[in-house]
Write a protein that binds this ligand. Sequence first.
Ligand SMILES: O=C(O)/C=C/C(=O)CC(=O)CC(=O)O
Ligand code: CA
Ligand code: MG
Length: 425
Amino acid sequence: MIQMSLRSFLHVDPKSPFSLANIPFGIVSSSSNPHKRAATILGNWVIDLAQLASAGLLKNVQGLENPEIVFSKSDLNCFAALGRFTISRTRERLQELLSESCETLKNNDYLRKCALISDKDVTCHLPMSIGDYTDFYTCRNHAFNASKAMRGENASLPPAFLRLPIAYHGRASSIVSSGTSIRRPLGQTSTGGEPSFGPCTKMDYEAEMGFFVCKPNTLGERVAINEAEDHIFGAVLLNDWSARDIQSFEYFPLGPFNGKNFATSISPWIVTLDALEPFKCALPEHDYADPEYLCMSRKAGYNVNIQIDLRVSGSEDTATIGQTNLKHLYWSAAQMLTHHTVGGCNLRTGDLLGTGTISGDSNDKLGCFLELSRNGKQSVKITGSAARTWLEDGDEIIMTAWAGKDSARVGFGECRGVILPATKF
Ligand SMILES: O=C(O)/C=C/C(=O)CC(=O)CC(=O)O
Ligand SMILES: [Ca+2]
Ligand SMILES: [Mg+2]
């Protein structure tokens, strides 16, 4: 591994989620160049990787054969498919080029002008072409609270929860990038009697993370647990918007359908597993011994803070409604991936695995309104006179996440979305 100073020649605010210790990957366009292309971000500077490649600064990165082609594409799938080793070497090369001790980019005014763009002049797009999206349900606190909220105080964890990471197959086509507005869905709902059709009245968010697959596996062949992390590119924030009234009527026995398939938002920058490595922590104790195919080091969780803010419709008033942490997951990302493939299902480059809603163990650490309002039974004070049981039209959810100390933060930026009124029906 290359040793370099973790200070850059560029100014980086100590609170920035995008320190030199991070170097995530994304897809951007800019006011001066509308073509989508690959980039990284450092502080408030977006760095155009296609430009660095065409200037020859990314040759000699092991495994990165055609950086100009790979980084000129409108998604990161080709880059991700090169695998963890090459992703790591590329990130290290970028850290070297951006460090204060390296003269190459620092002293090249022309290239700095072409390759460094203010984040204000950039639009971020979905980083990957997502073929398939699977949403897991791996946080014990959430599963316990959601069971009670949906199925009554006597309900307990779903029967398989402690034995395997449970999941449903989600919808990839409606995954949108942060900032895309979310249309309140229409659907059938029932409170016990005759169902009625209309706009969702129990609009919810779910604070999750998503892991992107880099290395695919062959149909019929499972991924061994000790190789699972080689198949994971990195992570993003994920909001699995949920229409709780539509979901509760439709979901027996096959699981959520229209209650969750109308939109899922993700943050734009993929934070690599390498950047997250220093924040590895122990998974919670398991009640049962894991089956052999899921047995791995207990140090497979990540200590990443997650914050959920709500901006109240029609105002600038914003309040934090939840502060949780990725470490609350009962199952690791590696266990999710291995379990997904255990029967021979093939994952492909660009597939996205959602973790499920992440909640801590107290009321200020919950990841959705289903838990906060006990499925609409109690009102939640937001700020000033504003209170909510569910999201209203015009409300905005802003999720952020970060690990690490000031000046070396490894953060995700924002995952935000505003609720638009339902279409006329
Ligand atoms: O246990 C139940 O009956 C219902 C649980 C949920 O509704 C949780 C949910 O929406 C799954 C998810 O986190 O996506
Ligand atoms: Ca979910
Ligand atoms: Mg969804």
